[in-house]
Design a protein around this ligand. Structure first.
Ligand code: ANZ
Length: 958
């Protein structure tokens, strides 16, 4: 029988649906295992062969674990909100829901063809109300919470850093104001001080505004790239040189009130959690850098001839003797406070210049800019005045937005001092102060002595400690840990995202009642911002909240007494992807994001597979989100993803044709020369050709002509009748015409071949080029496997596995069982190829061997495995079989073959027991008839035995 992969794959895909083979329920009798792929954004282009790489890798693992007896959850869904659908809507008027639906359908068809073991009953789509209800719900809980290191109720004794109800904080303010609050480590945007009396005298609005400073989801003033002409906020990469990429309109930095999430409160826990998960070191390092923990000190500097002072953050308190100027961030409130009248004009011009620069420009640009404020600060250790400057290299959002500058030991300060002619005081003995030699962490401190403190002779480390201690004792400052991790801006001026469950009363936000969730995204007729610069939801007619009926009503009814305007921003892309793994555990639950039972059973994700592009954004936000839900008692594990594997990228293998420009000009029509002829041409231009009309680097000329009609009259100079294309490895992209669609491969070779081949290309984590040319090898292997079974099925009479066959099989069991947990699939596949070759040579037709073989191949090539399993007499689905155990006894050799040589000439072979000793071997050889023949009466002088290989008999004379 032929290997008819098309019929087989169709049959089993239908059978799996019909029999609900991949449906999974919480089964307490079995151990759980949760495998998760980063869910896709369903783009219009569909899947290319690079996309399924991770899905195949995790599918193999999921199937393997199921065979090992685990109850495996392997769900799939769609990250369905996003910009491309919205942009398409702006261009064409097509509702993004429609585009998204069409794209999802296409994805699903493509995914279904690849034979994944997804439980589609658990599918989630982030744009569906019954899903985003829980995104809105979590946001509401964050609004209702603050974060502190300890509980504020003294009797409680609870001591854990976590999110707590904002009511607890309001109650504290009622009783104490902010008095004593610093003992609890309460996270906030700004340190506030007020008394209980003040708090109690404030109206609701003032109290609400104050609480906003502490909420985990809060409205905060943040800097955005504002483009007045486009009426919208732009992302950093939409702005170049102070103008919008689209339209070239001016963009300025503007403070805007936006929803933010206090991710920074969780910085330490996000850092600590990395010690408990099984991720690669490089990924952990990326996260650590992003979180950016930095231990230092905050020190107060007085302003000369003034009662004002300001605080700076430094990690090098030891360098205070080398301070020759101070620098403020241009956005800092200190700027207007410290600028003298003489300098005001110059400072204002400078601040206006910086407003046009994005933070990215400011960090990456090496240009030195700045302006003197006119004021001086007093160095608290030397009592000497130093000038206060303003410069964009100090960022407003980090530390205190003000620094002490030590040009001898910091390269940015050095560049600044050189540019503006400020002094440089070296502080390390023998250190050469130049731009290249700032790293003085190992040196001995000098030039650091005053009446107050002496650091001379100390190491840098000791000097830092001594200074910190002095500063703290003298009340000049305090030890401070800073994190680079910022709060996340959570508002987007877009349509296609989750609406906020928020209405505004007297300009303050209020949540709609929890039982009214979800608040559904309203219909609008235009997807652009409004004329007056409101986000697209400004176009919605039915978008106001009636507090009497608790329902959405016409905007015209807003009276600001019972009917209020609803929030016009929507949530960003990462909102829906932050807790989706929890929803898969219990996707249909209408009463909770995830029910207790499901959560306690599935716990968290055992294996998470996805791309490195999510190493910071998604993985930070979703870990934060999960920790918050953990604090709320919703998720039972602090860390959502135990093990994480990043699959590599599949690069494209592009093909080229070569235009001979001279011949083209001479003949008046395009002339293309084959690859190996091009060296004879003086002037050739390589032109990308669609890889789908090239096979084994041979061009389908007719297909090329119809693909590019402008070349329909072209002449092709071939080699042996073939036009050979050149090739190169490039990014897989439409513009390089090297995108390989998996549908075509499936059509031609079948999904099992595609699955095997993607894994055979190389280690899962590595990036590697796609090369369709190699796929035949994998396909041939499956045919060979098929034939092996075919022979066994057609064989008549009883059969028993030979020792060799059992050895081949058990070698394979051992290899595959070891390789799969290491994601070393390419080596597993090589082992399969070797084993199938051996079994074919051995003419093995033992049914038990075949049965085991079909179980082993099932994770990799599930369709053919099912078919073979059924044909060989397996019961039910091969998915429910048990993974075979390998037995060492089949692998040890019971006997060995050794060559027998006479005077170095190999004459014949003999079999010995594997454990035979040299004496037995020598005796057996001597007694063999053939030995008598080859000795031919000569004397045996010596017998040399090379263990397990050779017996050499040295003969003497007669
Ligand atoms: C004096 C000094 C001397 C510094 C020296 C460094 C080296 P990390 O490790 O990233 O926390 N700094 C503080 N706030 C800043 C801001 N808002 N924008 C730009 N720079 C800022 O870096 C902390 C150091 O970066 C601080 O220590 C401060 O410069 C600077 F030899 O103070 B340092």
């Amino acid at each position: 029988m032929e290997y008819d992969f098309r019929a087989i794959e169709k049959k089993w895909q239908a059978r799996w649906v019909e029999q609900k083979t991949y449906r999974v329920t919480e089964d307490k009798k079995k151990k759980k295992l949760y495998v998760l792929n980063m869910f896709p954004y369903p783009s219009g282009a569909g899947l290319h062969v690079g996309h399924p790489l991770g899905y195949i890798a995790s599918d193999i693992y999921a199937r393997f674990k199921r065979l090992e007896g685990f109850n495996v959850l392997n769900p799939m869904g769609y990250d369905a909100y996003g910009l491309p659908a919205e942009q398409y809507a702006i261009q064409t008027g097509q509702h993004p829901a429609k585009t998204t639906e069409t794209n999802i359908k296409r994805y699903r068809e493509q995914l279904d063809k690849l034979g994944f073991c997804f439980d589609w009953e658990r599918e989630v789509r982030t744009c569906e109300p019954n899903y985003y209800k829980w995104t809105q719900w979590a946001f509401m809980k964050m609004f209702g919470s603050f974060y502190s290191n300890r509980s504020l109720s003294a009797t409680d004794g609870e001591d854990k850093p976590k999110a707590r109800s904002i009511d607890e904080l309001a109650e504290y303010f009622r009783l104490n104001g902010t008095d004593g609050l610093d003992r609890y480590g309460v996270a906030c945007s700004e340190e506030l001080t007020f008394t209980a009396k003040e708090w109690n005298s404030w109206d609701e609005k003032r109290q609400q505004e104050t609480l906003m400073n502490y909420r985990i989801a809060y409205l905060g003033e943040t800097m955005v790239n504002w483009c007045a002409e486009l009426g919208t906020v732009l992302a950093n990469d939409e702005v170049v040189d102070g103008v919008s990429v689209r339209g070239g309109y001016p963009v300025v930095q503007k403070k805007m009130r936006q929803w933010c999430l206090r991710v920074s409160a969780y910085a330490q826990r996000l850092l600590d959690g990395l010690n408990t998960v099984d991720w690669t070191e490089s990924l952990k390092e990326t996260q650590k850098n992003w979180i950016g923990r930095s231990e230092g000190a905050e020190v107060e500097f007085r302003v000369k001839d003034s009662d004002k002072s300001f605080t700076i953050f430094t990690t090098r308190a030891d360098t205070m003797f080398g301070v020759t100027f101070m620098v403020l961030a241009p956005e800092s409130d200190l700027v207007s406070m410290l600028t003298t009248d003489n300098q005001r004009k110059e400072v204002e011009d400078y601040v206006a210049y910086v407003k046009k620069r994005t933070e990215r420009d400011r960090i990456s640009d090496k240009k030195v800019t700045g302006v003197f404020s006119g004021s001086y600060a007093i160095n608290p250790l030397t009592d000497e005045p130093v000038p206060i400057w303003i410069s964009e290299y100090v960022l407003a959002g980090y530390g205190t937005g003000a620094i002490m500058a030590v040009p001898a030991h910091d390269s940015r300060d050095y560049a600044f001092a050189r540019h503006f002619g400020l002094p440089v005081i070296p502080l390390i003995e023998g250190a050469d102060v130049s731009e290249e030699s700032f790293d003085a962490k190992e040196g001995i401190v000098c030039n650091s002595e005053s009446k107050k403190l002496s650091l001379n002779g100390l190491t840098v480390k000791d000097a830092i400690e001594k200074t910190k201690q002095y500063v703290t004792e003298q009340g000049l400052g305090r030890v401070k840990v800073n994190f680079r991790l910022r709060d996340a801006i959570f508002s987007r001026q877009r349509y296609w995202g989750e609406p906020f469950p928020v209405y505004y009363k007297d300009n303050m936000p209020y949540m709609i009642p929890e039982e009214c969730l979800p608040l559904e995204l309203p219909e609008i007729d235009q997807y652009k911002p409004t004329e007056d610069g409101q986000p697209p939801l400004g176009h919605a007619k039915l978008w106001a909240w009636d507090t009497k009926t608790n329902s959405v009503v016409e905007k015209t009814l807003v009276d600001n007494t019972t009917v209020f305007p609803l929030e016009l921003n929507t949530m960003p892309g990462f909102a829906g992807s932050s807790a989706y793994y929890l929803r898969y555990m219990d996707p249909k639950n209408n009463n909770a994001l995830v029910g207790k039972e499901a959560d306690e059973y599935w716990q968290n994700v055992d294996l998470y597979v996805g791309g490195t592009e999510h190493a910071t954004g998604h993985l930070i936000y979703s870990r934060f989100w999960n920790k918050f839900l953990f604090d709320m008692g919703v998720s039972c594990k602090e860390e959502p993803y135990e093990k994480l594997v990043n699959q590599g990228m599949i690069q494209g293998r592009s093909n080229f044709v070569y235009r001979d420009n001279i011949a083209t000009a001479e003949k008046g029509h395009p002339v293309f020369v084959s690859l190996n002829l091009k060296k004879e041409c003086k002037d050739v231009t390589p032109i990308h050709v669609d890889v789908n009309i090239v096979s084994n680097d041979v061009l389908d000329i007719d297909a090329f002509k119809s693909w590019r009609p402008e070349y329909s009259d072209a002449e092709f100079v071939t080699e042996n009748g073939k036009y050979i294309c050149g090739w190169a490895i490039e990014k897989m992209s439409k513009s390089m015409f090297n995108v390989v669609n998996p549908d075509m491969i499936v059509e031609k070779y079948g999904a099992d071949t595609l699955r095997l081949y993607e894994m055979f290309l190389g280690p899962v984590e590595q990036s590697k080029p796609w090369d369709t040319n190699g796929i035949d090898g994998c396909h041939r292997f499956l045919k060979k496997l098929w034939n092996l079974f075919d022979n066994a099925i057609n064989a008549t009479g009883p059969s028993a596995a030979t020792k060799e066959s059992l050895k081949s099989l058990h070698k394979l069991i051992k290899k595959v069982t070891q390789d799969i947990p290491l994601f070393s699939y390419n080596t597993s596949i090589s082992a399969f190829m070797i084993c199938v070759n051996e079994l074919s040579q051995q003419k093995c037709n033992d049914r038990e061997v075949m049965k085991t073989l079909s179980i082993l191949i099932a994770p990799f090539a599930p369709h053919i495995a099912e078919e073979l399993w059924e044909r060989i007499g397996g019961l039910g689905s091969v998915c429910d079989a048990a993974w075979p155990a390998f037995d060492e006894k089949y692998m040890t050799e019971s006997s060995i073959m050794m060559g027998v040589a006479f005077n170095g000439k190999r004459r014949f072979e003999m079999e010995f027991a594997a454990d035979a000793d040299n004496k037995t071997i020598e005796e057996t050889v001597k007694n063999d008839e053939r030995t008598t023949k080859y000795t031919d009466g000569k004397k045996i002088v010596k017998v040399i035995i090379v263990p397990k290989r050779m017996v050499n008999i040295v003969l003497g004379g007669l």
